[in-house]
Design a binder for this molecule. Structure first.
Ligand SMILES: [Zn+2]
Length: 252
């Protein structure tokens, strides 16, 4: 299993670098990759494998599902950094974006996926529940569409929101602050197999992207339809085929 994860990490490293080079041709001469949360360019050793829907949040999946469908299939995978987060030279968080996601979002996400956030005596929904859903939906978009989800205009508030777990970003549209949460099924049946095997679905609609996974649907700001190809070699191209990358970072 360890070996498989090492191989997967290498494959993701090469695939993500290849994708990022489309927007940053100079990356080719380096051994760096951009972390899709903090936006920093870092070395391979500074990244670790991350499950988009974290393992802890999937801990309550029924045993029969765990046997039938691998963790990576249920969760989706990408790389996030583990390099200390610094502002003006001062470490503000020692363990990087991978650990940040686990620390702030695993628990609320687990409460949503196992249904406890919306049913039972101790149900409670806080802003952090919606923000955890947004963070996972954003990373799911990166895993599906690559760095265009990071570098478009709408990627910036999403990257910044990742580091504000307790409240919504001031530029976050109201309609994106709402998550629809249902009660999850308790077992596996063929008819609903996709619920467990297809971690995420995406639907673009005029400036937003609806992202669904498991028993949740949320709406993310989305500057361009990610399914429309990006034109690279035409001297004059219609706006919808272009992407002006925004390389601002949240941390040093
Ligand atoms: Zn990072």
């Amino acid at each position: 299993m360890e070996m498989m994860e090492v191989g997967l990490k290498d494959r993701l490293w090469h695939a993500m670098r290849q994708d990022l080079q489309r927007f940053m041709p100079a990356l080719g001469g380096t051994s760096l990759l951009m972390c899709c949360a903090c936006g920093r360019l870092l070395t391979q050793e500074q990244f670790s494998l991350e499950h988009v829907i974290s393992q802890r949040a999937l801990a309550d999946d029924p045993e029969e599902i765990k046997k039938k469908i691998t963790k990576n299939e249920r969760a989706g995978t990408l790389l996030l950094c583990r390099a200390p987060l610094k502002i003006r030279g001062k470490v503000v968080y020692a363990n990087g974006c991978n650990s940040w996601k686990g620390k702030f979002y695993d628990r609320p996400l687990r409460e949503i996926l196992n249904g406890r956030a919306v049913s039972g005596q101790n149900r409670r929904l806080l802003a952090v529940h919606s923000i955890a859903v947004m963070a996972v939906a954003y990373l799911g978009m990166v895993a599906r569409y690559g760095y265009q989800a990071v570098l478009t205009q709408s990627g910036l508030p999403m990257r910044q929101q990742f580091f504000i777990p307790g409240r919504f970003h001031r530029d976050m549209p109201i309609r994106c602050q709402i998550a629809l949460i249902g009660v999850p099924p308790t077992g596996y049946d063929e008819e609903h197999a996709e619920f467990w095997t297809n971690p995420m679905s995406f639907e673009y609609d005029a400036g937003i992207c609806r992202v669904g996974f498991r028993n949740v649907v949320t709406t993310l700001p989305c500057s361009r339809d990610p399914e429309v190809p990006i034109a690279r070699h035409l001297p004059i191209k219609p706006a919808r085929y272009t992407l002006r990358p925004d390389f601002r970072t949240a941390f040093e």
